[in-house]
Design a protein around this ligand. Sequence first.
Ligand code: GLY
Length: 402
Amino acid sequence: MKSLLSAFVATIALIGSANGMTVTKGNGDDWLKKSTKTAVIQLTRAAQTYTPGMNPRSVNPDGTVRLAPPRDWTTGFFPGTLWYGYELSGDKNLAAEAKRFTLALDTIQYVKDTHDLGFMLYCSYGNAYRVTGDKIYLKPLENGAANLYARFNKKVGAIRSWDFGHWQFPVIIDNLMNLEYLYWAGKEFNKPEWFDAAKTHAVTTMKNHFRKDYSSYHVISYDTLSGKVLQRETHQGLTNESAWARGQAWGLYGYTMSYKDTKDKKFIEHAEHIAAFIMNHPAMPADKIPLWDFDVHNRDRSPRDASAAAVIASALLDLSTQVKDGQKYFKFAEDILKTLSSDEYLAKPGENQFFILKHSVGALLYNSEIDTPLNYADYYYLEALKRYAEIKKIDLKTINQS
Ligand code: GLY
């Protein structure tokens, strides 16, 4: 079996890929085979175990699974991970499960009180449409995008994130992750104002969310009469001035995608600055899985955040294909993926409540989801594996049959 795989990988080992990268020869990508096989087993078991509409979100401190209803901000990740699992493996059962878990989220197209519609709808219905081309997925995507656009305020130049809290008009760095949905929907449904709103949001966020070192604040609240910044705070980071790890990851991903969709050079320059902040940070551990906040001081006891690492890996792989000297981004992402694919982070098949990765952090200061699996860590990990395989021109479907 193993020699067959080696022979296969050796024969597909290429001189270089589209962006000039050296491709590993021989069986140097065994970790990739192991991780995708684990993912397929975990996703298959999860889909058999859980009920569509109550999707696995994380693991509670007592070891039981935390399930989330459709309205939860993480609801789109499990169906999205199933779609990626299908693409990576070619396993038709996963495609059927992905469809079943996607269509169970029918009600989320009517949600109006959050910005999280990109996570909720684009990761589920968006992937469903991208993979299958089936038009049954389009109407929910159109309705959701209209609801997202309705949260755009022209005076502020941004989409409102939350309807709760003490802020007048809160915009969080995570909101950049909704822009890919709005850029796509603007083009798909011929609504240029949706596309323009997404671009304006990216410009406003670039101006107000970032510090001189290109780290970002989590929450900015705006005055809706003047459009001016009222507060710069955090909701999930260590302090208002700290660099919450996942927030930095969302920023990197958001500007990489904004460049891809608009081709506006200032976005790719900004993404590269954020990448430099993350990659060169003195608190980045040698294995490249960040602590939950770059500014925590008790480094020995503070948990790592695999979800931030997975988002960073996926974003860097995409960034690596969009700049001339992308090798450094590719290499950093590869290092992250190898660590996440080690026994320390990758679940043993059948364990971990059928999540793929261990050791993420949701909201540490709220004592919520600390050192646990998270469905979005799994989602961005599989997305990154898919991007990695595409860049290296590795056909995982064939590999996984060996
Ligand atoms: N968007 C919420 C989080 O990153 O935890």
